[in-house]
Design a protein around this ligand. Sequence first.
Ligand SMILES: Nc1ncnc2c1ncn2[C@@H]1O[C@H](COP(=O)(O)OP(=O)(O)OP(=O)(O)O)[C@@H](O)[C@H]1O
Ligand SMILES: [Mg+2]
Length: 371
Amino acid sequence: MSNEQSLTNIYNTMVSNNEIQRNISQQTLVSELEKLTRKLEQKKALNVSVAGRVFSKFRFTKALEKNQGVYIHGGVGIGKSMLMDLFFKYLNLKEKKRIHFHEFMKGIHQLIKNAREKNERDPIKSVASDYIKNIHVLCLDEMQITDVADAMIVGRVFEEFFKKKLILVTTSNRHPRDLYKNGLNRKLFLPFIDIMVSNLNIEKLSAPLDYRKIKISGKKKYFLSTSPEDTFQFNELISDFNLRKGSGIKIQMNSREFVMGRFQSGVGLLTFNEICSIPMSSSDYLEIISHLRLLFLDDIPDLSNGGDDSAKRFINLIDSIYDQKVELLCRADVVPEKLYTFGKNKFEFERTVSRLFEMQSTNWPVKGKSS
Ligand SMILES: Nc1ncnc2c1ncn2[C@@H]1O[C@H](COP(=O)(O)OP(=O)(O)OP(=O)(O)O)[C@@H](O)[C@H]1O
Ligand SMILES: [Mg+2]
């Protein structure tokens, strides 16, 4: 990264282009991440200049000392993921990986299971060590520990990561000391907290408001495709979230992958067909929705004529969105009560209509997605 391309300059350009509002707390974090970028790039340059030496052998031991990265925490919608992604995008290093924490844990559990099947002596250690063989910087989005199976292994996994001098940048809604609060066997989880606190720079990010909410506040949440004005407004909101050129996300469901091409910072855009016209179970929907804070759902058709299967999936999808308190903005051919006026799922669909109405109110969801 050249000086002109420093993270601070990039942030300032975003402010002057009116893409974002200036926020002092974000600026402080940006300079912290910029320092980390510089150290990483200096180290890289040093290694390149020393012929024949392998990068991994050097791994920032001197430059960063105990500081193995940044743990960003704070409320919802305040730019944690945005800034981590900025750091990731502009970090001039091939050996970097960015993954959602939930996906990461799923992968680690699977690898441990495979290692156990091969009777490895210390599967957690070998999996952790293998996982970062070609990774020097790992960015983990939305660290949260709610599952006892995760809580019991993360200490060992991250201990190994830091021993190998991995640089970690992670976002979370909670301070490390508040992770897995009141969880089962929490005592066994406590070493993980110490590992995080002693290796990472813990940075609290704050903002006066949830920026996501600001963008949609006072706006409609249910738009009609038959109205040009509605369609215009819906598309404007999609542009406000930069979704057309969003980075996209691949979500691993039970046995397959679901690709959401238009996704950025917890906000996704899907058409009804993409998510309700193919076989999907309730747990698939839970998995997909767990990656979202806000969903734009486009092209919802009138389901009364032969749409029983799609209507059933739509019921499951809306239940999942509702239970996980995800904001929903829809564009449909008809108003909610006309979406499915007859068919075998009519009775159940009444709950969906009711939920669609409730989700349109300005004070829904009452509380943001919990961690
Ligand atoms: N300073 C800002 N001005 C305007 N919009 C911003 C600003 N910072 C972030 N945003 C926007 O706010 C939205 C939420 O940001 P982001 O996803 O980074 O939040 P977060 O802190 O990671 O939230 P969560 O805890 O829900 O994951 C994004 O659309 C982002 O572009
Ligand atoms: Mg986030």
